[in-house]
Design a protein around this ligand. Structure first.
Ligand SMILES: [Zn+2]
Length: 225
């Protein structure tokens, strides 16, 4: 159920680096890691994504609420190449949001950081909905990545929601700390609130539609409802 979890059970003192972008999957994974690990640190990536400022605001609000330190890492290679998360027109047209090797690059950066500081796990927020579209969001990818790591690093990658739907992930955040659903920024654009129209916002809305009983205030989440 939990991708990679078997690896962390054996760890004597469990310390994890959590990749946090302010989106739903990474926020739920962050909350899960707070419970499961003795110590965590957050890594946030600047890869010239349009939503950078909004994501950063969200990441710091979430991490600081739980007194967790944030390390920001610039990913030069993704800053230098064209990718759709830099392109407002592509985002608005809901084109494919594939960024070349993004999760491989992010994980590699986080693993270097974790290994250097003696942390034994990296936690990343994959989910079943995006796993259907992106091969680097799947349990198979995670297992293959951990196999590769056996050859080169003591760090293992864990993704607790890899087989969970977006709605289950929203529900998890709600049950842990519902106020965080007003702090998250899964949106691809850099607005004060989530735009309500990009692909990521539509996934969020669809999840919320199936969770009407939570009675969340949409005006605090989206610019356009
Ligand atoms: Zn949006």
């Amino acid at each position: 159920m939990f991708g990679g979890l078997e690896n962390i059970k054996k760890m004597p003192r469990k310390r994890a680096v959590v990749l946090l972008s302010g989106g739903l999957d990474s926020t739920a994974s962050f909350l899960w890691a707070l419970k499961e690990f003795d110590e965590i640190k957050v890594v946030f990536f600047d890869y010239s994504q349009i939503a950078y400022e909004a994501e950063k605001r969200s990441v710091y609000r979430i991490a600081q609420k739980y007194k967790i330190e944030v390390f920001e890492d610039k990913v030069d290679v993704l800053k230098k190449i064209a990718h759709p998360l830099k392109d407002e027109n592509a985002i608005k047209a809901r084109k494919s949001m594939w960024v070349p090797a993004r999760n491989v690059v992010f994980l590699s950066h986080a693993i270097a950081f974790a290994e250097f500081y003696g942390f034994n796990a990296v936690v990343i927020g994959f989910n079943a909905d995006e796993g259907a579209d992106f091969p680097d969001n799947t349990l198979e990818f995670l297992d293959a990545f951990n196999e590769l790591l056996k050859m080169t690093s003591p760090v293992r990658v864990v993704s607790p929601f890899v087989q969970k739907s977006k709605a289950e992930i929203v529900k998890y955040i709600y049950n842990y700390d519902r106020e965080l659903l007003y702090l998250v920024h899964p949106c691809y654009l850099n607005e004060k609130l989530n735009c309500g129209r990009c692909e990521s916002c539509l996934r969020f809305k669809k999840a919320l539609e199936s969770l009407k009983e939570l009675k969340l205030d949409y005006t605090r989440i989206f610019l356009e409802n």
